[in-house]
Ligand binder design. Sequence first.
Ligand code: ADP
Ligand code: MG
Length: 376
Amino acid sequence: MATAPKPQTDSKATTKEVLLRVEGVTKIYDGTVKAVDDVSLTVNKGEIFGLLGGSGCGKSTLLRMMAGFEKPTKGKIFLDNQDITDLPSYQRPINMMFQSYALFPHLSVWENVAFGLKRDNMPKDEIAKRVEAMLTLAQLNKYAQRKPHQLSGGQQQRVALARSLAKRPKLLLLDEPLGALDKKLRETTQLELVNIIEEVGVTCVLVTHDQEEAMTMASRIAVMSEGYFLQVGEPDVIYETPNSRQVADFIGNVNMFEGEVVVDEPDHIIVKCDECTHYVGHGFTGNKGMAVGVALRPEKIMLSKERPTGEYNWAEGVVTEIVYFGDHTTYHLKTTNGHVIKAQEINNTRDLSCGLTWGDHAYMHWNDLAMIVLTH
Ligand code: ADP
Ligand code: MG
């Protein structure tokens, strides 16, 4: 891989009202482990901001600094323009919900949600009002008298969220909130949580290693690696225009081609690769002779038995794998140089539409705006 892309800071959130501002924050553990490396970001009011990255990239550390459980080695954190870097966690209007959502097993749902309010000595009738409102919001009224073990995982998750929101924090921090749920339940719970969070209007920072979760829940995502941000943006921007091979590879499925720019015009470039020649229908900021990566998502590739016309934007190979997912099928085609290219077909009829089977020779083609040219 070429030089790493420059660490990104996000600059987008200037027109909206900013709630949280992290400025050049670094965290070094034990004098040696740089868990977070000069990170800056802003989170707007009402936004769900996702921190996405593999295990150990520093997501939790960054979140824990927002919560006040860790002190930055360097940098500052502001909430509502107030410097909270040195404010103890219990004085911050911030609530953190953990993966192991640790409900009190001996308390009912109602008492779990009321717990923090009682500890703050809130008047009884005010507590009752708040708890009722939270239970309604999380659709938990009929479970109010149950104990946590009498609830499903998804329901327990909603109780934990209701408890976190009862104190009306300005900022809600979620660290892998759905890690304990199975896939199907995760998907419904993701949407439920987003609905509740949006209804309350609380600002939220969500940590996850699951890119689908980040895409579904977050309004903006920061892709993290080794303590810094590779890219910050809206989910569709990150997916359709990743700024590096690493981001392209991390978000969704991708085919990577390596090649050289042989034509560089203002309105198009041509990239010669081993398996094919890409005609890219827009200009780019590099120049002729440059080595680049070309990323192409499997769903942008069409399959056919007939050889496409023209010399650009197609490749050929032998079907080595057919993976059926129900709603779509992924075909693996091996080119003569041994590169495996994945192409995804939507199963919009009940017979497999392209009629290909193992061992078939087939052609893949794509249009001239389907690929992303990457210099990092
Ligand atoms: P993530 O949440 O993305 O998995 P973490 O923030 O938990 O990552 O960890 C980032 C890095 O910091 C890892 O290398 C981890 O081992 C290290 N780390 C995390 N917490 C501590 C700690 N309390 N003391 C020392 N090192 C830590
Ligand atoms: Mg973590």
